[in-house]
Ligand binder design. Structure first.
Ligand SMILES: [Zn+2]
Length: 215
């Protein structure tokens, strides 16, 4: 897997600190299970967080304190990282497989509109966690976000203002970005999405369609 789009540092840190909502944490876990680079970063952040807690649990953390902790830590990635139990080359990341099994083709897709299908995962706290399947050539409506939106690409590809996203890539977007993803793969594009708040559509059409899409 040639992964080009990774998790934001802040998202990873919230993940290792256990501060993410369930849905967002699931998407992060899916990306981390497929991305060695982010697995190593998560491990480093975990070590830093742990050391900060041990060394300085009550006093405010200054930049200097962080540097001292970093110096004491061996934060180099460990080459002998345990391989995930789930097949690393599977289209369905391990953490997601416990919800839907091993095949994206056997998901009970629900058709929203022509060329768009969804499958909502069981309640994952606030926000919405769903699989989205979009036919080639279809574009989502332009939207921005009130909270974060995390999208892990599972099959196919899409392109938006940020770049081109292929399987394994994650789009880690905050509320500063307005984007309009367009599916540019030959086959359907399937991704796992967690949004913490409803999307904010930027066009009148989008606003009108929002109740229809349910997000
Ligand atoms: Zn990554």
């Amino acid at each position: 897997m040639n992964i080009k789009h990774h998790l934001d540092e802040a998202t990873l840190f919230s993940y290792v600190a256990g501060a993410l909502g369930q849905g967002t944490a699931l998407v992060v876990a899916c990306h981390v299970s497929q991305c060695e680079y982010c697995r190593d970063r998560a491990r480093q952040l975990e070590a830093i967080g742990g050391a900060l807690l041990e060394n300085n649990s009550l006093s405010p953390v200054s930049d200097n304190a962080l540097l001292q902790v970093l110096e004491r830590l061996d934060v180099r990635p460990q080459a002998t990282a345990a391989a995930p139990a789930h097949a690393a080359d599977s289209e369905v990341p391990g953490p997601l497989a416990s919800y839907i099994g091993d095949s994206l083709d056997e998901v009970a897709w629900k058709r929203l509109v022509a060329g768009v299908w969804v499958y909502d995962l069981p309640a994952q706290g606030k926000g919405l966690t769903r699989l989205l399947r979009v036919a080639p050539g279809k574009a989502a409506l332009p939207h921005s976000h009130r909270g974060s939106e995390l999208t892990q690409l599972l099959r196919g590809s899409f392109i938006d203002e940020v770049g081109r996203f292929c399987p394994g890539d994650v789009a880690d977007l905050d509320d500063r970005i307005t984007h309009q993803p367009l599916v540019d793969s030959e086959h359907d594009c399937i991704c796992l999405i967690a949004t913490e708040f409803p999307l904010r559509y930027t066009t009148l059409l989008g606003k009108l369609a929002q109740p229809l899409f349910g997000f």
